[in-house]
Ligand binder design. Structure first.
Ligand SMILES: *[C@@H]1O[C@H](CO)[C@@H](O)[C@H](O)[C@H]1NC(C)=O
Ligand SMILES: *[C@@H]1O[C@H](CO)[C@@H](O)[C@H](O)[C@H]1NC(C)=O
Ligand SMILES: *[C@@H]1O[C@H](CO)[C@@H](O)[C@H](O)[C@H]1NC(C)=O
Ligand SMILES: *[C@@H]1O[C@H](CO)[C@@H](O)[C@H](O)[C@H]1NC(C)=O
Ligand SMILES: *[C@@H]1O[C@H](CO)[C@@H](O)[C@H](O)[C@H]1NC(C)=O
Ligand SMILES: *[C@@H]1O[C@H](CO)[C@@H](O)[C@H](O)[C@H]1NC(C)=O
Length: 634
């Protein structure tokens, strides 16, 4: 079952759903802040529309203000209590643990609530604005215990979500739990047996038209520490509770009375290749009932590859309402366990329902992805660590899901999900140092994406249309729903997100028949000048043809004869050698992609007949050592 041949077989079967990014964009001029030292930014907060982010660091909060020209930091020290630090050190913990690692930054009741590990004795502070602590009449800081909100050790992360000024939190590890931990509503928790050794990765509110039906979801992995080396230790799952839950009196007064959980699988029900470890999850909401609410999850596998799966939230809700319960053969009590019922005006849940939930919170059905397979499998040596999703209006006013996926090597993939296909529009490289993307926040209002690693924070433009501005083809082939070709201005422009705008921009996001779209649009092909090269007849040269679109086909041609090229990450290089004898003439490299053809580069090669070379250089380019050639600048 777990033998390698099976995996290989399924990898081959799924080969068609593997993806590579179309463009690779090095964003050297991204707005960037460098921590200067290794931070562990475990929390990041951003108010939509503002130009600031609050980053939780080690013993401090950092307020970063982004402008077009610079990023200004302001530091708010937030040390661990002296007593907590002393106690911590006396218990001979590692010194590293005895600092205050900020894990939670949330806005509640118009204040900022900031919680940290506080030397293994978690604690929360309140700030009236980003830099000023809230104090009582005596001028002392107002604080609260953070024991059910922040982890005690920086090696564990906290997952929190604020709904209606109430904080819901999930703690990972030995005593994992989901709690209603702060606010005016009754505090509640999961029973110890419900979530053994869970590691939480995210949370989301699923808002319903009838607000009393609102659900709060938590996403996690259950970790089996006794799993053998050849066994999968991770099992992804989701747990949900109802916002209106007031506890399971009298069976379990302080526990959720509506908690249910289910297994989440990224893979096909009958194929062995599965991605077991959930890295991050995001629920993409559509405003005004436009389209479905979708859960996106990024997963990794034991052999280091990564996949993206999508799950319709409607479907998940239906499964929770209709599935059998795990380990139950008898009848299911009425009302059905887990339903969101308003406590006021309803009789309390009968004991039978509560006892049932206490013993059987897991549903029997496993939740498989939409279409029963991953959206795609990442085809390179990198894994996804983060996902956020924007619902963007395209040029025709249709809402599209665009995924931003952070990777373990500090890349960000911008991905368009269409009905029948998924396109990795671009791989962005905004960071200076290679490190896993640890957090991402989308801001629709200002059109920015904030992303961080342990070294840096960057801010990117969601609509970065200058990347494809050269001509109509480049703009349209990009398949970037944020951008369309403006035939009048002859440029690639951002699509207006104003609901009433009647855009006249050209776009072609779905079909691959781009052929006629740009005909009337005037082209300005940026052709490089013909490069002239002279070679000694006994020597060889390598001619590089730089790749731009990784979805295009590249060919070298001389007088209608095609020459093979050797491909690497950056170039389709024509290498003369034993199999391709040195020749003279004009060699052209062209790229073709969906009906669009472009001449990328051209060399006029002449075989030198004993002339004295004018310039002799050894060219190192694109990792290929060019033989010493003579370039005659004619
Ligand atoms: C409040 O807490 C902060 C962070 O620990 C500290 O810098 C500040 O001095 C405290 N203020 C008062 C009045 O205790
Ligand atoms: C924060 O609040 C304090 C006290 O209300 C005020 O003095 C200060 O100017 C505020 N700072 C900012 C950046 O708004
Ligand atoms: C934390 O949760 C436990 C269990 O629910 C509870 O007994 C305790 O009072 C909570 N602590 C705080 C500070 O709310
Ligand atoms: C964990 O793995 C061990 C070893 O395979 C297995 O016996 C045990 O049932 C697993 N536990 C769970 C909760 O799956
Ligand atoms: C993949 O990346 C890892 C770490 O970056 C490296 O050790 C490994 O050799 C790479 N494997 C391949 C096939 O490139
Ligand atoms: C859009 O158009 C509708 C109907 O014409 C109008 O009621 C609404 O105010 C407009 N919205 C904006 C943002 O202009």
């Amino acid at each position: 079952m777990r033998g390698l041949p099976f995996y290989l077989l399924s990898i081959l079967c799924l080969a068609s759903s593997q993806k590579v990014p179309r463009l690779k964009l090095n964003l050297q001029d991204a707005q960037r802040f460098n921590f200067g030292e290794r931070e562990r930014p475990a929390a990041m907060f951003h108010e939509p529309g503002s130009n600031q982010v609050l980053v939780g660091g080690r013993g401090k909060l950092l307020l970063l203000t982004f402008t077009d020209s610079e990023v200004t930091p302001k530091e708010v020290p937030l040390k661990a209590d002296e007593k907590a630090e002393k106690d911590c050190k006396s218990k001979a913990r590692a010194l590293w643990d005895c600092d205050n690692f900020i894990q939670v930054i949330e806005k509640l009741d118009n204040k900022m609530m900031v919680c940290g590990t506080n030397a293994a004795s978690p604690k929360c502070w309140f700030l009236v604005n980003a830099t000023t602590f809230q104090t009582d009449k005596q001028g002392r800081n107002i604080t609260a215990s953070g024991e059910n909100i922040s982890a005690a050790s920086p090696s564990q992360n906290a997952v929190v979500i604020t709904v209606e000024d109430t904080l819901y939190s999930a703690l990972s590890g030995e005593k994992s739990s989901i709690q209603r931990s702060y606010g005016k509503k009754k505090g509640l928790k999961t029973e110890n047996s419900w979530l053994p050794r869970a590691e939480f990765v995210g949370a989301a509110l699923l808002a319903e038209k009838d607000q009393s039906k609102d659900e709060i979801f938590f996403f996690y992995n259950e970790v089996n520490q006794s799993a053998g080396l050849d066994e999968e230790p991770y099992k992804a799952g989701l747990g949900r509770v109802c916002k209106v839950d007031q506890g399971g009196r009298p069976v379990m007064t302080d526990s959720w009375s509506t908690f249910l959980k289910a297994r989440l699988v990224c893979g096909h029900p009958t194929e062995p290749m599965r991605f077991h470890r959930l890295q991050d999850a995001f629920v993409s909401k559509k405003e005004g009932g436009k389209g479905e609410t979708v859960l996106y999850g990024v997963f990794s596998s034991a052999w280091g590859s990564s996949a993206v799966c999508s799950y319709s939230m409607n479907r998940i809700s239906t499964v929770f309402k209709t599935s059998k319960f795990k380990g139950v053969t008898g009848p299911i009590p009425v009302p059905r366990p887990g339903m969101c019922v308003q406590p006021d005006g309803h009789p309390p849940l009968p004991k039978s329902t509560l006892t049932f939930i206490k013993d059987h919170p897991e549903i029997d059905s496993v939740i498989y992805p939409d279409e029963e397979h991953p959206l795609y499998i990442l085809q390179n040596n990198d894994t996804y660590t983060q996902v956020v999703v924007d619902s963007v209006q395209d040029a025709a006013g249709i809402s599209r899901d665009v995924l931003f996926l952070g990777t373990a090597k500090g890349k960000i993939h911008k991905v368009l999900r269409s009905k029948d296909q998924t396109v990795i529009v671009a791989e962005l490289s905004p960071f200076k140092k290679e490190a896993p993307v640890s957090s991402m926040i989308l801001d629709d209002d200002s059109g920015h994406l904030y992303a961080s690693t342990e070294f840096e924070v960057v801010r990117l433009q969601l609509a970065d249309c200058d990347q494809y501005k050269e001509n109509c083809w480049k703009c349209i082939l990009a398949r970037d729903p944020y951008c369309g070709w403006d035939g009048e201005q002859k440029t690639c422009s951002a699509v207006s997100q104003d609901t009433n705008s009647t855009g006249s921009l050209l776009q072609n996001l779905d079909s691959s028949s781009t052929a006629s779209m740009c005909e009337n649009a005037e082209e300005k092909l940026a052709q490089e000048a013909l490069k002239k090269v002279s070679v000694d007849p006994t020597g060889y040269i390598y001619l590089p043809c730089p790749l731009r679109s990784h979805h295009a086909i590249y060919t070298w041609v001389k007088d209608d004869k095609t020459y093979p090229c050797s491909m690497d990450e950056q170039s389709c290089t024509l290498r003369f050698g034993e199999s391709t004898p040195m020749d003279q003439g004009v060699f052209k490299c062209t790229s073709r992609e969906e009906g669009y053809q472009e001449e990328i580069t051209a060399f006029k090669v002449t075989l030198n007949s004993g002339r004295i070379p004018e310039v002799s250089v050894a060219v190192m380019a694109m990792g290929i050592l060019f033989l010493t050639i003579t370039i005659l600048l004619l």
